[in-house]
Design a protein. Structure first.
Length: 544
């Protein structure tokens, strides 16, 4: 072909030249890689065994193993009972951590696995010998010591993170599960999943795995976040469960600490059940009893037994006093509520109770404590008052007690029933009507307080005092009138005090229905007449 030139040889030479260039470049890259590897090996002091360990880790992860699984398998290939084995193991971990191929958590887990079952003091001595003189001696000693400290804490049964005020790994994992469930609630509902039940189970598991108060705080927040989905009853129940877990954690800490370190531990040591615990037990028992009673399927025996347990818990939580619901339901459940003189309440089966009345569907009670609460002395109360109280008619019992007190005072006010009377001047001398009214108001208030079941218009004792008060007011008015007639000077009382050493008589003036009469007598006779007048005035007032 005209003008054609065969270039086959030229092309062959070009291909050969390109091949030689590529080969030389590959050799350069190999030399560079070897140089880098040598530098890396020198930096991390990787022995042949250490390099093999790094290569094995990369192989396993490429095959699909997790970093944690790969490092665990690699670590098993080193003899950590020898200095060289510790040196190689530390170098591999140091290299993988520097390359970002293992996380800090995986790094700590690998060291924890290496120290498992080892004598920590001996391991520290051997590790320091292994790292001595190494380029990264300081870093590796620090890594080893951190692992030793964590392992020593772990062997106490406590969690290192918890001691730092953090949430432990197990608790964090459980809380993360709850978060994931909350995040997928809408999708779960679309698929017909009972999300309330799922949330309850997840939260309950998180509470059980909680290892610190910080973890419980996070869980409580989650419970409140989904209260609408859970419902108040279940949410409150989970919060109670969290509170029980908090107490359990405190108990564990108390048990691990010498001496009595908390009020809760002190009460437990003394065998005392706290008021809070009693109230909680009572509330739980009442809730269970109400559920059983409303079920419509429980037998009479089952309801009776449930009532007895719930009622006894309620009485214990209420300082030995039966709540109203216990008293109102006792007879229907076949029990009598008995209160002894000390105020202690007990439940007895109707057939066994010493106060049970055959054939009567109402429990009869020893009502001493109930009467005492109303200010009535059971020892002196009438049988009618006791019967009314035993039937639960407390207002009627109080009214009957008032009437009994009225009748008692009325009977005592009768002149023939008074017996020997000892005059007592209970009313002081007044200078003004204001003083008299103020004293009477104070005396009325005290009398009403001391005699709650006596009206203001009855009672011989009260009428006697009022008669004395009226007499004193009259005397005061007479004195003031005489003082005014004498120009403000008090008159001399010549009719009541005879001159000493004489037998001069005393004149007593008495006014009856407008007629004034004078009686001459001595001082003793004057005093007797005045006392007689006082008694007659009192008797007249009591009869009105």
């Amino acid at each position: 072909m005209a003008g054609y030139k065969d270039r086959t040889e030229e092309l062959a030479r070009a291909d050969k030249m390109h091949a030689e260039i590529a080969k030389e470049a590959a050799a350069d890259r190999a030399r560079l890689a070897a140089s880098i590897q040598a530098a890396t090996d020198k930096q991390f002091e990787l022995s042949k065994a250490a390099r093999a360990g790094v290569a094995e880790f990369e192989k396993l992860t490429k095959e699909g193993a997790s970093s944690a699984e790969a490092i665990k398998k690699v670590g098993e290939s080193f003899d950590l009972g020898k200095i060289q084995g510790v040196k190689d193991f530390s170098a591999v971990l140091d290299k993988l951590s520097a390359d970002g191929k293992v996380s800090a958590t995986e790094f700590e887990a690998a060291w924890a696995q290496a120290l498992n079952g080892k004598d920590l003091a001996q391991f520290e001595v051997m590790a320091r010998a292994a790292f001595s003189g190494a380029a990264r001696e300081g870093e590796r000693v620090a890594q080893m010591m951190d692992a030793v400290v964590r392992e020593s804490v772990k062997r106490t049964g406590l969690d290192f993170d918890v001691l730092q005020g953090k949430i432990g790994a197990a608790s964090r994992s459980a809380i993360n599960d709850v978060d994931a469930l909350i995040g997928g609630l809408d999708k779960l509902q679309e698929q017909g999943v009972d999300t309330g039940r799922a949330l309850t189970a997840s939260l309950s598991k998180a509470i059980a795995s909680a290892d610190s108060e910080k973890a419980l705080e996070a869980i409580r927040a989650k419970i409140e976040q989904v209260r609408a989905q859970l419902g108040d009853k279940i949410a409150d129940g989970l919060l109670d469960q969290a509170k029980d877990k908090a107490n359990a954690l405190k108990d564990a800490l108390d048990a691990a600490t010498p001496g009595i370190t908390s009020v809760r531990e002190a009460m437990k040591t003394l065998g005392i059940t706290s008021d809070e615990s009693l109230k909680k037990t009572a509330a739980t028992a009442k809730d269970a009893y109400d559920t059983l009673a409303s079920s419509g399927t429980a037998s009479a025996r089952e309801l009776g037994a449930a009532f007895k347990k719930a009622a006894e818990d309620a009485i214990a939580a209420n300082n030995g006093v039966a709540p109203s619901w216990v008293e109102s339901q006792a007879a229907a459940r076949g029990y009598a509520v008995e209160v002894d003189a000390a105020g202690k309440t007990t439940l007895r089966a109707m057939g066994e109770s010493k106060t049970a009345v055959a054939g009567v569907g109402t429990a009869v009670r020893d009502v001493s404590a109930s009467l005492k609460q109303m200010g009535i002395d059971a020892a002196t109360a009438s049988q009618e008052v006791k019967d009314l109280a035993a039937a639960g008619q407390m207002l009627a019992a109080a009214e009957q007690a008032r009437r009994d007190a009225y009748n008692k005072d009325l009977e005592a006010s009768k002149f023939m029933n008074r017996g020997n009377m000892t005059p007592v001047d209970a009313v002081p001398t007044f200078n003004t009507r204001a003083e008299a009214d103020a004293w009477k108001a104070a005396w009325d208030a005290q009398y009403a307080k001391d005699n709650p079941f006596t009206t203001k218009t009855d009672g011989f004792g009260r009428q006697t005092t009022l008669a004395e008060w009226n007499a004193e007011v009259s005397a005061m008015e007479n004195r003031n009138a005489m003082k005014s007639a004498n120009g403000g000077t008090s008159p001399a009382l010549t009719n009541t005090s005879p001159t000493p050493g004489t037998t001069t008589g005393t004149t007593v003036n008495i006014t009856v229905e407008g007629t004034r009469r004078s009686i001459n007598t001595d001082a003793a006779g004057a005093r007797d007449l005045q006392e007689l007048i006082r008694q007659l005035t009192a008797a007249k007032g009591a009869a009105i």
